[in-house]
Design a protein around this ligand. Structure first.
Ligand code: ADP
Ligand code: MG
Length: 224
């Protein structure tokens, strides 16, 4: 597998000299094309900051992030577009994706008419339809009930297994993380541990995640 994303020694500080928050403290890891990786950590551990730096919403204080070997601040490789597709193809893609995510009934609604969970699934549909090189998901099941969460995570597995999409998802939820093929744990802005699903069943992998969460301590345990 070729290397799609390389996080090289990044740090992110917020604030001034008087009140400095080290949100990310020396994180390095790589994601190969076709991988499905979860970043797990408790509230405030730096997950959203990390994702925002990768998506270029935010900027790292030091270090580098490479997409296909190119520094992302030189070449915004994550720009999303629906290129070379006709109206009918786009229409079919939207309807098929909406069906998969169970949101067909809201296709004609305005955002203000949607629930938080519906908005979440629309965001997922957008990620699926535009076929980005890398799908970034921040707490994708955060606003969903368990049935909708399973549907969404099944669609992530479908995207990853069948369409070879590369997915990087951050979550504080062990059940959600158990759908990934690799889980990287972060604590206080640093990598704490990493486990790989391999041939294990999702349930076995879930149990392994729970064991690491127990080791990690802190408020992640509250989610158990
Ligand atoms: P998580 O997504 O894991 O809950 P965040 O990345 O949101 O964690 O936050 C990591 C740390 O950085 C926290 O201590 C948070 O308070 C701080 N932080 C996040 N965003 C900002 C910001 N814009 N300004 C100042 N501090 C921030
Ligand atoms: Mg967050």
């Amino acid at each position: 597998m070729s290397n799609l994303l390389k996080i090289d020694n990044i740090e992110k500080y917020y604030g001034s000299r008087s009140g400095l928050t080290k949100a990310i403290n020396n994180i390095s890891f790589e994601v190969s094309k076709g991988e499905f990786v979860a970043i797990m950590g408790s509230s405030g551990s730096g997950k959203t900051t990390l994702l925002n730096c990768i998506s270029t919403i935010d900027r790292v204080t030091s270090g580098h992030i490479y997409m296909n070997g190119v520094d992302i601040y030189e070449n915004i490789a994550l720009s999303l577009s629906i290129q070379d597709k006709g109206y009918q193809e786009i229409d079919k893609l939207i309807k098929d994706t909406a069906k998969k995510l169970g949101i067909t009934h809201i296709l004609n609604k305005y955002p203000y008419q949607m629930s938080g969970g519906e908005k979440q699934r629309v965001a997922s549909a957008r990620a699926i339809i535009t076929e980005p090189k890398l799908i970034l998901a921040d707490e994708p099941t955060g606003a969903l009930d368990s049935k909708s969460s399973k549907m969404l995570l099944d669609s992530f597995n479908y995207l990853n297994d069948e369409l070879k999409a590369t997915i990087l998802m951050v979550t504080h939820d062990a059940f959600t993380a158990s759908y990934a093929k690799r889980v990287i744990f972060i604590k206080d802005g640093e990598i704490f541990n990493e486990i790989i699903r391999g041939e294990k069943t999702r349930k076995e992998f879930f149990d392994e995640i729970i064991n690491v969460v127990t080791l990690l301590g802190g408020d992640l345990n509250d989610a158990l």
